[in-house]
Design a protein around this ligand. Structure first.
Ligand code: PEP
Length: 239
């Protein structure tokens, strides 16, 4: 089944999250062929979790820590996320890698922590513009995936991968569906049968073009997921 995931990033107060979900759930109630995922900020997980109970929408977190508990001020563990009803965790988003300095080693540990807790990680990979210009796209993707999934070959069916070219995120400048298709195929040839989502300036007009590609198995949507109507339209493109 295709997965259409919303990454709200650092947006929406609890009240705004509540308003969103009350508008969103009636819109998507008849969606049956697509897995729908909302990833609010940590502060709204509890409220959104309660509202999603019994619905066809799943709950995800945008990050986690790799340890289960302890002296890690300001961090949130996979045990805590599981306790809130979270099923998915976005791991290694480019904003975590490039703004917060997350290394491939840290990302690997977070993936392991998710798997140990029965949470499904969405591993984000993607090249920067300078990598693409230098013809390094496939090499960068291969390195990120090999390091993140080192020793985890047996768990590939429990992981999703999001191809998110860094230059396409939040820029209004998406990859072409054909370029995304090439990278998605490359990832599957490297890893085996894995669900690969595309992310990077997906909107209501281009979602269908990506989803028509044979190896695009879903979408990770930032900006366009902040409005319930727009996100619903993107989901409809997958139905
Ligand atoms: C993202 O944050 O994962 C993302 C793809 O953002 P946007 O859709 O805004 O490019």
């Amino acid at each position: 089944m295709k997965l259409i995931a919303a990454n709200w990033k650092m947006n929406k107060t609890q009240r705004e999250a509540e308003e969103y979900v009350s508008k969103f759930l009636p819109l998507v109630k008849d969606v049956t062929k697509t897995e729908i995922l909302l990833c609010p900020p940590f502060t709204s997980l509890c409220k959104v979790s309660q509202m999603l109970e019994g619905s066809n929408v799943k709950l995800g977190a945008q990050n986690c820590h790799s340890e289960k508990k302890g002296a890690f001020t300001g961090e949130i563990s996979t045990v805590m996320l599981k306790d809130l009803g979270v099923e998915y965790v976005i791991v290694g988003h480019s904003e975590r890698r490039w703004i917060f300095g997350e290394s491939d080693e840290i990302i690997h540990k977070k993936i392991v922590a998710c798997l140990e807790e029965g949470l499904r990680p969405i591993l984000c990979v993607g090249e920067r513009w300078e990598d693409r210009e230098a013809g390094m796209t496939f090499k960068v993707i291969e390195t990120q995936i090999k390091l993140a999934l080192s020793g985890l070959d047996a768990f590939v069916s429990k992981i999703d991968i999001a191809y998110e070219p860094v230059w396409a995120i939040g820029t209004g400048n998406p990859a072409t569906p054909e370029d995304a298709q090439l990278v998605h195929r490359f990832i599957k040839d490297l890893v085996g049968p894995v669900r690969v989502l595309y992310g990077g300036s997906v909107n209501t007009s281009n979602a269908g073009d990506f989803l028509r590609m044979p190896d695009v198995d879903g979408l990770l949507v930032g900006t366009a997921s902040l409005d319930p109507e727009s996100f619903f339209q993107i989901i409809q493109a997958s139905e």
